[in-house]
Design a binder for this molecule. Structure first.
Ligand SMILES: Nc1ncnc2c1ncn2[C@@H]1O[C@H](COP(=O)(O)OP(=O)(O)OP(=O)(O)O)[C@@H](O)[C@H]1O
Length: 328
């Protein structure tokens, strides 16, 4: 670790393209010791590419990637990083125990093989041939290889793909134990409930850029992920929609019901507490008031959807400018 700052990993203005495709586009990011960090993003957002860059498997076109204050290669050679990637096959013509033993042996700070088999929950399949495993079992073996030594950082690319529910739960409880032992954990996932329940920091990538970074609660709040719902009754007086729209934190408003009748109001809010307080301050009488949290999934869809719309609007503007240029 870079002990002075607690920095485990740092991306500084990192870019990586494959031909015309910008897989990573100006990524600035610091991971600190002891964090459990989830990396989210739609397909093709650049998650795997970022992890490959972090592990020194690819070189950036621009910017720098540091691990523990040095190069990724130096950190890996020192046994400070354990990784579980999507790509790369496992050796097939060996038993699980033999493969894990090899990983323990070559790791500069390798654990005892039985400890690793137990921690990864694969003691029962230790004598099976690797090519006879199911998809979920194979994932657990990959995980065992990632925790074969006392690494300070564990990097996991979609680790639970193919695992059934109970295996997935067992996997995350092992992972929590790794984090509790002081390790930094970075994992990419498409399962948002995993990010919500396991990570203490969530990163959202979109088209190679970091568009959100915070706790799950902060990401939800950023997306306006709380909903205030209530009814307004005519005997309590008519209400202008503008008043509702002006409530602090309002990012979405939906009013149903006819004028003069009962109106149902649904507000999407980034600050439900302030919004509700302001409702009363405005002299309104909200009946059946409910404040509910939307899930991280909804927040994720909102954030990435809004970013895609902004990107399209920017592209349109650029397109228009280009057309004007060419007409002129
Ligand atoms: N080796 C490669 N050659 C060409 N293009 C690539 C290569 N690897 C990735 N890409 C492209 O770079 C972009 C980012 O891919 P990446 O695999 O990093 O995304 P991801 O967020 O991990 O996606 P997924 O969720 O689908 O795994 C995609 O458009 C992908 O098609």
């Amino acid at each position: 670790m870079n002990t002075r700052t607690g920095e485990v990993a740092a991306f500084r203005d990192v870019a990586k393209s494959y031909g015309q495709v910008k897989a990573v586009d100006g990524l600035d990011l610091v991971l600190r010791a002891g964090e459990t960090v989830a990396l989210l993003g739609p397909n093709g957002a650049g998650k795997s590419s970022s992890l490959d860059l972090l592990l020194g498997l690819r070189e950036p076109d621009r910017g720098t990637v540091e691990l523990f204050g040095g190069t990724p290669r130096a950190a890996i050679e020192a046994g400070r990083v354990g990784a579980m990637l999507q790509s790369g096959g496992l050796m097939t013509d060996v038993k699980v125990r033999e493969l894990v033993a090899l990983a323990c042996r070559i790791h500069p700070r390798g654990h005892a093989v039985d400890t690793v088999l137990t921690e990864a929950g694969i003691t029962e399949i230790a004598d099976r041939k690797v090519d006879k495993l199911s998809g979920g079992q194979e994932q657990r073996v990959r995980f065992a290889l990632a925790i074969a030594g006392a690494s300070d950082l564990i990097v996991l690319d979609e680790p639970t793909t193919g695992m059934d529910v109970s295996v997935r739960q067992a996997f995350w409880s092992t992972m929590r134990a790794q984090a509790a032992a002081g390790r930094t954990v970075l994992f990419a996932t498409h399962y948002l409930e995993e990010a919500d329940s396991v990570a203490d920091r969530v990163l959202v990538l979109h088209r190679g850029r970091l568009i959100a970074d915070g706790t799950s609660a902060e990401i939800k709040a950023k997306a306006g992920a709380r909903r205030i719902a209530f009814e307004l009754h005519p005997e309590d007086g008519e209400v202008e929609e503008g008043v509702l729209r002006a409530l602090p934190g309002t990012v979405g408003l939906d009013v149903t019901g006819r004028p003069g009748g009962v109106r149902t109001v649904r507000i999407r809010s980034t600050d439900a507490d302030a919004g509700v307080a302001a409702l009363y301050r405005a002299g309104l009488y909200p009946r059946g008031l409910e404040v509910t949290s939307l899930g991280l999934e909804q927040a994720f869809l909102t954030i990435t959807g809004e970013q895609a719309a902004r990107d399209e609007a920017a592209a349109d503007t650029t397109g228009t400018a280009t057309v004007k240029e060419s007409v002129r």
